[in-house]
Design a protein around this ligand. Sequence first.
Ligand code: GUN
Ligand code: ZN
Length: 440
Amino acid sequence: MKPPSQRLVRGQILHFLADPGPADDPAAWQFFDDGGLWIEDGHIRAAGPWDTLTAALPADVRSSATIDDHRGRLVLPGFIDTHLHYPQAGIVGAFSHQLLDWLNEHTFPAEARFADPAEATRSAEFVVGRLLAHGTTTASVFATVHAHSADAFFAAAAARNLRMLCGKVLMDCHCPDALRDTAASGDRDSRALIERWHGHGRLRYSITPRFAATSTADQLRRAGELFASRPDLHLQSHLAENPAEIAWIASLFPERRDYLDVYAHFGLLGPRAIHAHCIHLDDEQRRRLAASGSAVAFCPSSNLFLGSGFFDHAASSAAGIRVGLASDVGAGTGFSSLRTLAAAHAVGQACGTPLSALRGFYLATLGGARALYLDDFIGNFQPGREADFVVLDWSATPELAWRLERCRSLAERLFALMILGDERCIVATHVLGETAWRRA
Ligand code: GUN
Ligand code: ZN
């Protein structure tokens, strides 16, 4: 039998054990300034101070391990993007007004081009490569209505051994003919994709009704039944993003109390369901969302770009809702979790609750894993977790270096990184311990 592969990573290790909350609870995180990770066969065996970790290693491990020396660099669990649309990478930064105009002017035409499987394959390869270049190792991803677009994304993720969620969009009304499925064909295609990909390596299927406006009651009901049919399937959609959208949903489902109640009625809430945006919710809807176990994908750059509003992260997490960070590309303005965190801080300021760096890096790592119910596998460096991690250069730009010279505490340094940093800070991205991307 082949001995297990052994790898040691040396650097400034930061990871989270819980949500630090608004008061930056020091018990929620660990930081090892000269730290180490011991990785065996792609999984974390231990994390701690370098000297202690290496002193406790069995002699054969110490002699055989590959060592990645990243001293002076920050090592974090891989970023988790809890909501993005890979077919929309080509419309990031397309001018429009708000959500419904943007969908008609840019989104639907771009997604219609995915009728061509070659467009899907090329885009999936591009997006997976760019996610890794941005330090993102897991994402919850919308394909288009075309089943082959989900195949293309899963294939690109499988080729790199990534832990990814994806689903074909369900959309059987109120959209261009070229993008419309039927309740029956959407159900059939989703089931076939589940057979092909769900549980294949690290991949999981996420049932993907686009939003309440573009599915008939029949399609929403079938999506809920499919979600309930197996305990390990995921579900993703959009909820309460924009005032005009919400008024439209109210006119389509007048018998329901509100938008959330539409999803509750059709069985689209629960553990492993994640709904993007959730900006315009009242306290009763937040209570209901929390009680259901559903999570929220917080998409600050998208919400600013489309003028959708300010997600109240403080109120949502205080209500007990799981919240993860999301780029929401293509309404979001890029894949960088650092830039998205800077936007989250700006949104927090608008709500009177600025986002601290510790809570921000929690959101981008363990918070995302918890929102996707994947925290048994990823999100921190506890023993047994899959060793997906990212190495960051603190001083990737002259402005960062200048600012960091003047920072005194770790919290200050992390905050500077979160506000001034971007993909130029990413030195290397590792998947199951192996280098998946490295800065040139
Ligand atoms: N609501 C329905 N579809 C979409 C989409 O593609 N992007 C965003 N931001 N909101 C949506
Ligand atoms: Zn979205």
